[in-house]
Design a protein around this ligand. Structure first.
Ligand code: FE2
Length: 258
C-alpha cells in the first residue's frame, strides 16, 4: 500500500476536513468529493480565491474553509458572555468603528480581550473588503449579531443578490445541495416549520452545515439570470449546545435583516 497520498488526494483534503453534514458529519472520500465539486453548484476551498467562483453561472454557494483564529478567541468569548447581546450594524465601517462597536458592546477594551477585539475587527474588515469587491459596492452593510433564537428556521432562499456569512461561534448556516431540495415545497404554505422542512428536504441525513470561522458566500434569487438557482439554506437550529452563536452577515446596503 502506498504511504503518501497522491497530489489529487492532498489537494482535496481541506474540504474533506472542514465540510460536514449536520446530522451525522458524513464526509465523502477525497476523490468523490473533488469530482462532485467540479461539476456542482457549490465550491469549497482553503483559499479565499474560491469566493470569486460565485460569479460563475450555475454556482450558488462558495465556502472558504479556514480554521479558527485563536488570536480572536478571547473577544468572541467576551461577546458571547456580555450582559447585553451585541448588535453591530454599520455601513462601510472603518477598523476603528468596528473595534469601538465591539468594545462598547462587550465592555472589554483592554487586556487579552482587547487584543482579540483588534484581531476580530481586522477579520471583519477584511471580509467586508472581499464582499465589496465581489458585490461591486462601496458600502457593504456589516452586522455582527449574537443569535439566541431560531431566526430563519425554515429552509429558504434569500431574495437579495448576494450575502456573506461567517459564524464565529457555534454552528454556521445549514444548506442543501440542489439535488436534495424540492423547490416547489419552499415556503410554509400553511404548514408548520417541521412539516414544511420534511417536504422541502429529500434526505435529512445530508443536510450540510458550515463550520465556525468558515466564510459562506450565498447567491440569492436577486442575482440576474439565476432567479431559480438561489442556494437553499437556513440558520442552524439553536439548542442548549449551540446557544449564543455569533454571526457576521455582510450585505449590500439594501439587504434585508433575515
Ligand atoms: Fe437567508
Amino acid at each position: 500500500m502506498p504511504t503518501n497520498p497522491s497530489p489529487a488526494r492532498r489537494s482535496s483534503s481541506p474540504e474533506q476536513a472542514l465540510l460536514k453534514t449536520s446530522a451525522n458529519r458524513r464526509r465523502l472520500p477525497g476523490r468523490q468529493h473533488s469530482r462532485a465539486c467540479s461539476q456542482a453548484h457549490y465550491h469549497a476551498s482553503g483559499h479565499s480565491r474560491v469566493l470569486r467562483r460565485i460569479r460563475e453561472p450555475g454556482v450558488n454557494l462558495c465556502i472558504w474553509t479556514r480554521p479558527t483564529r485563536q488570536a480572536a478567541a478571547a473577544a468572541v468569548q467576551a461577546i458571547l458572555t456580555a450582559p447585553r447581546p451585541i448588535k453591530l450594524d454599520l455601513a462601510a465601517p472603518s477598523l476603528g468603528q468596528i473595534e469601538a462597536g465591539i468594545a462598547e458592546s462587550c465592555g472589554a477594551s483592554d487586556g487579552v480581550a482587547g487584543t482579540g477585539i483588534r484581531r476580530l475587527s481586522e477579520d471583519i474588515l477584511s471580509l467586508a473588503g472581499y464582499f465589496a469587491e465581489l458585490a461591486q459596492t462601496r458600502h457593504p452593510r456589516v452586522r455582527l449579531t449574537r443569535v439566541e433564537d431560531n431566526c430563519c428556521a425554515l429552509f429558504h432562499v434569500d431574495s437579495l443578490r448576494l450575502r456573506m456569512l461567517c459564524t464565529y461561534a457555534g454552528d454556521g448556516t445549514q444548506w442543501l445541495e440542489n439535488s436534495n431540495v424540492c423547490r416547489a415545497e419552499l415556503g410554509c404554505q400553511g404548514r408548520t416549520i417541521e412539516a414544511a422542512t420534511r417536504a422541502i428536504v429529500l434526505d435529512h441525513s445530508s443536510i450540510r452545515t458550515v463550520s465556525a470561522w468558515q466564510v459562506a458566500l450565498l447567491k440569492g434569487r436577486g442575482w440576474a439570470g439565476e432567479e431559480h438557482n438561489a442556494i437553499v439554506h437556513r440558520s442552524s437550529p439553536v439548542s442548549d449546545a449551540t446557544r449564543n452563536r455569533l454571526v457576521l452577515c455582510i450585505d449590500l446596503p439594501t439587504g434585508c435583516s433575515c
